[in-house]
Ligand binder design. Structure first.
Ligand code: SF4
Length: 486
């Protein structure tokens, strides 16, 4: 397995995006789902008069935690250990996978139940466990759909967002053992009932549960999971052993900091005022809940990300997915185009930083954006995603320096022409003359659909406007008063 896990894109983003764009059903499903979640989020966020102050507070708490990360991690370790947990440290995905597999094997079981967890997706835990003969059953409904379909998640919060109800019924009918086809319709309650029956048997027989965590409180050694279906709570009560894989950036300093995030997260993610199920656990309690608690603290590229003064803000992310739901690029291409478990705007800045930009095709991910800024406006912890995107683009270009690129050559030529007024006007005149044949092709539409190389890269995904016959300056000089020549 790749040491960093499932965060490396295999295909360049433009190639993968073109493939996904051809799937019209996918685009229709995504459009409907993201529009619905966007609307809900906007309504509930507008109800909070101090929303902006909450965002500022959330960002400040996270920045403070990141600035004191080693100290807070040690505090967390000491507090969790004192409460009866065993804390393990993992440098990368491969190490975390080994630690968890060994812990499960030690219990003698061959199957585990899982709460939806981005960290375990990130490290490819299900595949690692399967290689050791251990079956991992996803208990989050959307994760279960993806697992039954032998697919991969395409959204941080709604991993099966790319399927509609009819497709989900079809997956259940084909892949869910013992499903009652007579009562299985594509109504959400019927689908939820089928999943409930399927999972109930797994919950009752599982000795081991595996989770992630939304927050890890340094002060008390507490882990927090925020979810909507109650499956996380089932995982936290029935099994005897609990293993939690937690990215080190999930640390927050104090218990009272949760007051900020438990307001920001539900409204930003599912558009709910309050979260339906918030589970918190601190160590073990004799006779109540899991009697063995293991916490695997995962680095996997986070220390390197933290070292970048601009890029480190990506570690503030609380995985609410608001940035995905407002992103015009994500809405059209979906999560699989990003090739990482972290799709959308946050994935475009997080994945290349976790793996290093040279890994696979991750260098192309920061270009998967129009830089419209909608993601920054939606982000509850004020991550300036456009700023990081531009920063990573610049870094990517800098790393390639030494090899002349078409883009850099063109930019240099433009810079030379624009430094002198006469040169600039001459260049514009030449461009207008050169564009004369294009005007014929463009006709009344005023745009050209396909330009020859090297400009073909531009028209591969958008039309090119034809330069006007007359520049603004020339038009100004033809005004009745002769324009302002000063
Ligand atoms: S970057 Fe911000 S908006 Fe996007 S998932 Fe993370 S916290 Fe949510």
């Amino acid at each position: 397995m790749n040491p960093t896990g499932n965060v490396t894109a295999r295909l360049p983003f433009p190639t993968a995006a073109a493939r996904e764009l051809a799937d019209l059903q996918l685009r229709a499903n995504l459009h409907k789902a993201t529009r619905t979640i966007r609307g809900k989020r906007e309504r509930v966020v507008a109800e909070v008069p101090d929303w902006e102050a909450l965002r500022v507070a959330g960002a400040a708490i996270k920045d403070d935690a990141l600035a004191r990360l080693p100290e807070l991690l040690e505090r967390f370790d000491a507090a969790a250990t004192a409460a009866g947990a065993q804390v393990h440290w993992a440098r990368d995905a491969a190490e975390a996978g080994r630690v968890v597999t060994e812990l499960v094997l030690r219990t003698g079981t061959d199957h585990v139940v899982k709460i939806k967890s981005m960290a375990t997706q990130e490290i490819g835990l299900n595949e690692t466990l399967a290689a050791a003969g251990i079956e991992a059953v996803e208990t989050d409904l959307a994760e279960l759909i993806v697992q039954l379909a032998d697919d991969t998640p395409s959204h941080i919060l709604v991993p099966a967002i790319h399927y509609n109800r009819a497709q989900i019924r079809e997956i259940f009918a084909r892949r869910m053992p013992g499903v009652d086809l007579a009562t299985l319709t594509d109504d959400p309650p019927a689908l939820a009932e089928a999943a409930r029956r399927h999972l109930r048997r797994r919950f009752l027989s599982a000795q081991v549960a595996i989770s992630g965590a939304n927050f890890a409180v340094a002060q008390t050694g507490t882990l927090v999971v925020v979810e909507s279906e109650g499956n996380g709570r089932m995982c936290l009560t029935l099994p005897q052993t609990m293993i939690s894989v937690v990215g080190v950036e999930k640390i927050i300093p104090t218990f009272s900091d949760l007051a900020v995030f438990l307001q920001l997260l539900p409204r930003s993610s599912t558009g709910e005022r309050m979260n339906p199920y918030t589970s918190m656990w601190t160590g073990v309690t004799p006779g109540d809940g899991p009697q063995q608690l293991h916490i695997v603290l995962l680095d996997n590229g986070r220390a390197d990300t933290l070292a970048d003064p601009v890029g480190r803000q990506a570690l503030r992310c609380i995985r609410c997915s608001a940035c995905l739901n407002v992103c015009p690029v994500y809405e059209r291409v979906g999560g699989h185009a990003y090739g990482s478990v972290y799709p959308g705007p946050i994935g475009a800045i997080l994945s290349p930083q976790l793996t290093g930009q040279a890994a696979g095709a991750n260098r192309t991910l920061p270009f998967a954006s129009t830089l419209c800024g909608a993601c920054f406006d939606a982000c509850p912890v004020r991550i300036d995603i456009p700023e990081v995107l531009v920063h990573l683009r610049q870094k990517g270009v800098d790393e390639a320096r030494g090899r002349p690129s078409v883009e850099r050559t063109a930019m240099r030529a433009m810079s030379w022409a624009m430094r002198d007024r006469r040169r600039y006007r001459a260049a514009l005149r030449t461009a207008r003359r050169a564009a004369a044949p294009l005007r014929l092709v463009a006709g009344r539409r005023g745009t050209v659909r396909r330009l020859p190389w090297p400009l073909s890269g531009w028209t591969a995904s958008r039309d090119a406007p034809v330069p006007p016959r007359q520049s603004f300056r020339d038009w100004w000089l033809t005004r009745e008063d002769g324009g302002d020549r000063r």
